[in-house]
Design a protein around this ligand. Structure first.
Ligand SMILES: Nc1nc2c(c(=O)[nH]1)N[C@H]1C(S)=C(S)[C@@H](COP(=O)(O)O)O[C@H]1N2
Ligand SMILES: [Mo]
Length: 319
């Protein structure tokens, strides 16, 4: 059991958090004057959130109930090593190419099998809920991983307010399509826009998070600003970034990665060390910042929480 409940959080953890929040504040203050904050923390030159380009005012943040024992991945790695193909396929390109990405105002279209379809402003979807900090492991299908302190609201709370109909069995998410801003979309690397989906019970699971921030601040553009999905027991590609549409459906959505490689990427994409990718093993992973590989955990260490969702299913067929 690798998830700790609130009561087990040690005071040293709280100190760690204060340290990084202070550091983040320091970084932000500094950037208002002369320094680019990325250069303060990582020796990089071009990563920053343009001032005044954050739609969301992060109000009260409560400490969420989820935490892992593993050390947090340093912020400098989380913002430098990214998969966000809309901004290029190199790990370091999103940090560079997304720096002027405009995320304010941000609208999300809600449609399909739902009683409250509308175009919502992001802040109107988030405001009714208290932001939570949750530390989750992120395991990319490419066999690297990180530990990230997200800020967000339970996806279930947002979905409940939207009132899906009884026909809604799945939720489909879509990323912005805007090749002017997203240079990666000018090439047919994937079937744009990026689409992902969850079964309704997965979306309603308390671990599923709609994230609007990390390390105590709004999401850096390269991490999917202003809002992205975080489903920690699934491979990283399910965690769709910069969401502009949430559609409730009767039939399973077809994700961009399923269309790109149906033999390699399935709908469920649950982290599973026993089912290899056709081109590489999934038994181990490289935690960013660590030297030796570590064993990949079943459902990324969240099996106690989510395995019941897949009871009776063949996890090799439903990969
Ligand atoms: N729209 C969109 N969402 C995306 C991706 C992408 O290319 N486009 N990459 C996915 C993959 S493969 C991973 S591992 C995670 C990486 O998130 P991070 O860069 O914040 O670590 O985002 C996921 N979400
Ligand atoms: Mo990934």
């Amino acid at each position: 059991m690798l998830i700790k409940k609130q009561a087990e959080i040690r005071s040293s953890d709280i100190t760690d958090k204060k340290d990084y929040l202070n550091r983040r504040q320091f970084i932000r203050k500094t950037s208002q004057y002369t320094l680019n904050w990325a250069s303060v923390i990582g020796g990089l030159s071009v990563i920053h959130t343009p001032p005044g380009n954050a739609a969301l005012k992060l109000g009260e943040i409560k400490k969420g109930n989820y935490k892992v024992d593993d050390a947090l991945t340093p912020l400098k790695d989380i913002i430098r090593y990214n998969n966000f193909y809309e901004f290029g396929t190199e790990k370091e390109s999103p940090a560079r190419l997304a720096k002027d990405f405009i995320t304010d105002p941000w609208k999300i279209k809600v449609d399909g099998e739902v009683n409250k379809p509308a175009e919502y402003l992001l802040e109107d979807l988030i405001k009714p809920h208290t932001l939570e900090e949750r530390v989750y492991r992120l395991r990319c299908v490419e066999a690297w991983s990180m530990v990230i302190p997200w800020l967000g609201v339970p996806l279930a709370s947002v979905i409940k307010r939207l009132q899906p109909t009884s026909k809604a069995k799945y939720v489909e998410f879509t990323t912005l399509y805007d090749p002017k801003q997203m240079p990666g979309q000018r090439r047919q690397v994937l079937d744009w826009p990026y689409v992902e989906g969850l079964r309704m019970d997965e979306a309603m699971h308390p671990l599923s998070l709609l994230a609007v921030g990390l390390y105590g601040d709004v999401l850096p553009n390269q991490n999917g600003a202003p809002v992205r999905l975080v489903v920690p027991w699934k491979y990283g590609f399910k965690n769709i970034k910069s969401i502009v549409r949430i559609r409730f459906t009767e039939n399973p959505p077809v994700s961009s990665w399923m269309s790109a490689g149906p033999r390699e990427y399935g709908f469920y994409a649950n982290v599973n060390p026993e089912v290899d990718h056709p081109r590489w093993s999934q038994a181990k992973e490289r935690r960013i910042g660590e030297f030796l590989k570590r064993k990949t955990l079943m459902m990324n260490g969240y099996a106690d929480e989510v395995a019941h969702l897949y009871q009776g299913m063949d996890l090799r067929k439903n990969f």
